[in-house]
Design a protein around this ligand. Structure first.
Ligand SMILES: NC(=O)c1ccc[n+]([C@@H]2O[C@H](COP(=O)([O-])OP(=O)(O)OC[C@H]3O[C@@H](n4cnc5c(N)ncnc54)[C@H](O)[C@@H]3O)[C@@H](O)[C@H]2O)c1
Length: 344
């Protein structure tokens, strides 16, 4: 199988590429990104490198996409290229989110339908489509929860989903959509494309440094629905290979709210609440009031029923990430902290 992956140098897609090629020995990946691979990426993919071709390309470049699709004739596309959420970027250049996330999605789908070789485009979306949600709601949200994005990233992800659905209807394409919640795991790192690091990333850094993790006091009362990129990759792999998945949307999440202290316990890291920390500037801050919409918990029943996918239990996901961090980082590494107030 020939799979074209967009956003291939990023966190989630680089994990997907490795997992997919390890599971499918006959597969090849055309890895497309607007940025260049870094050392971490090349190292991560070293044992499957013979089956990965990297091409530098902007997903908005329709002429170049046409050439690449004609030359490589992919059978499946996994579209993960995105401008991710950084609040300063939204204020500085809101149009960029729409430009890349919406028009880039349209360009990839159009190249795919014209190529004649593509049977399916797996579109990577986000729980950001649910927006702030209904704060009274505590039960896990299914995929029919209203889409009410409350920032430009979420607006662009909802719009891209609508574009994907319309291409599916217009051309009879299979365009399944995944909505990932808070993803953590191997290969999460600050890059020019992504500066906000997750709370599990900071926990893994503290683990390797052998230090407590300083957080704002309210973080101790917060909770989240986290999922490992390895589990996301498994679901994406099923969506690439299963027949008859159609064009439905699937939540990919852990399915439960996990209190931050429990998460820290799984990492084996002590949390040090700093009463003087200002939530606006603290490196690790999570707001306990955020429990719904994009910050809520998600039902993963649809993925279980239709794909046979379930997240592994959280201790296993965290245990695997712990091992990876301890094997790849050293206490002497400079700790790239990401942006203040960043943890999600
Ligand atoms: N990380 C999370 O917690 C999370 C949560 C929900 C959804 N997602 C989704 O997963 C996907 C990957 O996210 P990520 O966290 O790995 O982000 P990332 O920033 O690490 O990866 C995105 C990649 O897209 C590339 N890209 C950006 N603009 C491009 C363009 N114009 N042309 C080609 N490539 C371009 C970037 O260079 C980057 O390598 C996205 O669709 C995102 O919405 C991620």
């Amino acid at each position: 199988m020939r799979v074209l992956v967009t956003g291939a140098c990023g966190f989630v897609m680089s994990v997907f590429i490795r997992c997919f090629l390890q599971d499918h020995e006959e597969a090849r990946v055309l890895a497309l990104d607007v940025g260049e691979p870094d050392e971490a990426w090349s190292g991560h993919l070293a044992d499957v490198a013979g089956r990965v071709d990297f091409v530098r390309c902007d997903v908005r470049d329709r002429a170049r996409l046409a050439t690449l699709f004609a030359r490589h004739r992919p059978e499946t596309v996994v579209h993960g290229a995105t401008v991710t959420l950084v609040p300063e970027w939204e204020r500085e250049d809101p149009v960029r989110f729409l430009d890349v996330n919406v028009m880039g999605t349209a360009a990839v789908l159009d190249a795919a339908r014209r190529a004649g070789s593509v049977g399916r485009v797996v579109h990577v979306s986000s729980a950001a489509v649910y927006g702030a949600g209904n704060s009274g709601r505590t039960e896990p949200q299914d995929e029919d929860t209203p889409l009410e994005p409350d920032e430009m990233y979420g607006v662009s992800k909802v719009t891209a989903e609508l574009v994907a659905r319309r291409f599916a209807a217009l051309y009879g394409m299979s365009v399944p959509i995944v909505r990932c919640t808070k993803v953590f795991g191997p290969m999460e790192r600050p890059t020019s494309a992504r500066t906000l690091m997750s709370l599990p990333y900071h926990l893994a850094r503290a683990l390797v440094a052998g230090t407590p993790l300083a957080v704002t006091p309210r973080t101790l009362r917060a909770a989240g629905d986290w999922i490992s990129a390895v589990d996301v990759a498994a679901a994406l792999g099923l969506l690439c290979t299963r027949p008859d998945v159609g064009s439905a949307a699937f939540n990919l999440a852990g399915g439960a709210a996990v209190p931050v202290p429990r998460l820290a316990e799984l990492f084996g890291v002590e949390l040090a609440a700093d009463p003087a920390a200002d939530p606006e500037w603290a490196v690790v801050d999570a707001d306990p009031a955020l429990r719904s919409g994009k910050d809520g918990t998600y039902s993963v029943l649809r993925a279980a029923r239709r794909l046979g996918w379930r997240p592994r239990d959280l201790p296993r996901q965290v245990g695997e990430y712990r091992e990876w961090a301890l094997a790849h980082w050293t206490p002497e590494d400079p700790v790239p902290l990401g942006s203040p107030g960043a943890a999600t």
